[in-house]
Design a binder for this molecule. Structure first.
Ligand SMILES: *Cc1c(COP(=O)(O)O)cnc(C)c1O
Length: 360
């Protein structure tokens, strides 16, 4: 099956803008007349510095990152930040965690090694099908920070408001960064693994309020210290050069589409048509409560695991790939990240209608 015949609904690593992949292919052997690939040049060379600075400047402008905050390009995936955040910001104190899915649960578990974790909300009891309201947040008086995961990739729920807290907000935006405008000044720290909405796996973007850096536990590895990474402009050691290059190409594409406002409009169109159908379906059952639905990951199921498997198989044969749900939830999941064209969602919708027609 050729690329043009496939829509890839994978949750991560996931589909990338075709224009970014084409540029990378064209420049693969000879980057800007250097006779070398981006992956072959020194991370300290002026040629790479241009790539690095360009990606950072574009991200700063797209997300309107204020000068109070620094953008870091780090490695180790989002999972490394589960530890880096408490090491840098907890200082043995207490932090509030909202557990609304697998990744926020894991982050809370990791943080317990470095200080006190107060669970400010937990949606485990209802299978993480919802997001707590502001009133439901049980905030502790002296929390060093409030941690939450903006979009729950596995369960298909998303926070549609920014919590009000006295403590600085720390947010995992791995699966919905760049899908909407964000007021970065309201956050102490935002981070995101790149492989959902930005670039290949291997790069993590951290946007940190510089005022919060410099209080890390003495045991904090240098490479995980926000202070050190700010001081070295993320170049303490070799950064994930190729991923940063790909991020730049993705950001060029986001800009050309009209920035995060355009991404916001398209995501509503894409996910909206699937949810509208799910609400009327006589076969498919949506997982997330309507008010908590994710625009990035649509989770649903048929009445049986056998039928789910059949759906995944038949969809794949039509070029609609990777629709199997996560093992924690079972069922089905369509990940509709920025790079998924509206046509991809339409093709999925048509297939869902046909599948329903032949099974009820
Ligand atoms: C994928 C994902 C993670 C884990 O990312 P890794 O880079 O594999 O560590 C964490 N949080 C969210 C929201 C994710 O979607």
């Amino acid at each position: 099956m050729a690329r043009e015949q496939v829509y890839n609904f994978a949750p991560g690593p996931s589909t990338m803008p075709v224009s970014a992949l084409k540029t990378a292919a064209a420049e693969l052997l000879d980057f800007k007349g250097s006779g070398m690939s981006v992956m072959e040049i020194s991370h300290r060379s002026p040629l790479f510095q241009e790539v690095f600075d360009g990606a950072k400047a574009r991200l700063k402008s797209l997300l309107r990152v204020p000068d109070t905050h620094e953008i870091l390009f780090v490695q180790g995936g989002a999972t490394t930040q589960f530890a880096a955040i408490p090491m840098n910001l907890l200082a043995g104190g207490t932090a509030d965690y909202a557990v609304t899915g697998n990744f926020s649960g894991k982050a809370a578990e990791e943080a317990r090694k470095y200080g006190n974790v107060h669970v400010a909300a937990d949606t485990t009891a209802t299978g993480h099908d919802r997001i707590p309201t502001q009133a439901e947040l049980n905030l502790s008086p002296d929390a060093k920070y409030f941690y939450y995961c903006a979009n729950n990739t596995i369960f298909g729920t998303e926070w549609h408001f920014v919590p009000e807290t006295k403590a600085p907000l720390v947010c995992d935006m791995s699966s919905d960064i760049l899908s909407q405008p964000v007021d970065v000044s309201r956050f102490g720290l935002i981070y995101a693994g790149a492989q959902k909405n930005m670039a290949p796996a291997g790069l993590t973007v951290v946007i940190v309020d510089k005022a919060l850096a410099g209080h890390e536990l003495p045991i904090t590895p240098k490479i995980l210290s926000y202070k050190t990474m700010i001081e070295t402009d993320s170049l303490l050691n070799t950064p994930p050069c190729w991923c940063i290059y790909m991020l730049g190409l993705t950001l060029d594409w986001v800009s050309a589409q009209g920035g995060v406002e355009a991404m916001d409009a398209v995501k509503r169109e894409r996910a909206g048509m699937i949810y509208d159908f799910l609400d009327e379906s006589r076969l498919f059952i949506p997982h997330a409560k309507p008010e908590a639905r994710s625009f990035m990951n649509v989770t649903f199921r048929t009445p049986s695991a056998e039928l789910d498997a059949e759906f995944v198989r038949e969809a794949a044969a039509r070029g609609l790939k990777n629709l199997k749900g996560h093992k924690l939830t079972g069922g089905l999941r369509a990940s509709l990240y920025n790079a998924m064209p509206v046509e991809g969602a339409k093709a999925l919708l048509e297939f869902m209608k046909e599948f329903e027609h032949s099974h009820v």
